[in-house]
Design a protein around this ligand. Sequence first.
Ligand SMILES: [Zn+2]
Length: 271
Amino acid sequence: MELFLALIILAFIVLFNLRWTWWRFFKKGLPVLVYHKIGYPPENSKLQNLWVKPEKFEKQMEYLNKHGYTTVHFSDILADFKGEKKLPEKSVLITFDDGYENNYTYAYKILKKLNAKGNIFLVYNTIGKVNTWHNTRSEPWINMASMEMIKEMSGSGIMEFGAHTMNHPNLLSLSPDMVSWEIRESKKQLETALETEICSFAYPYGAGAYEDKVRTEVLNAGFVFDFSFKQGKTPWPWERKSVPIDRLFIKNDENNLDLYLHLTRGNSRLI
Ligand SMILES: [Zn+2]
């Protein structure tokens, strides 16, 4: 009986340590959280992990507040990168990919309530429409934020914006001309619409981030920062020429222990 109990406890410890990587070394660098949809996933969604419920998101933002983190904008990391103004000691960049309407409905309202800052990567041609790049067999299409919402968020000083191409293609599957157009046109259109410099770019699906031809195109287009979809923390100050900036993918089934491990270890799971 005692041996049985000991085995159960041992199994629990092993599973816990496999699931939560508290035993990893602390990792230095700028933590960049990445979210997609803030809200309630439709029933039968096969993309559950792209959703974070508003209550959970609010708890995560409160956690950052309580533990001395300062949420920053793309313009803040730009000022630091240029040597104009140093980032606060415990800075964290909160990013949202794609630009869903629920970012306005939930995330923006929560960030505003907590006086925090967020950053959204927009897919220019889908603004005010739906996410047509998604296969509807995995989840029905949902609304994207309208230009009116984006302008309100931009004017509020709560959200800043980056580019995520024109149509959300896999950049590795396009001709060089189309790759160039998807990247450059998204910067140009957003700068015209928002009347501000767009310094940040995120690769749809993370595709092309580590492909020289694609990455060079992004850097030559004038984006200062490019964000991959690789899990981790990139050292800061950042060596722009060497690698894109890694991010910390916050999933639906994660709790504040996960958030702590993301921020300090660069991951909360083994895989
Ligand atoms: Zn995306």
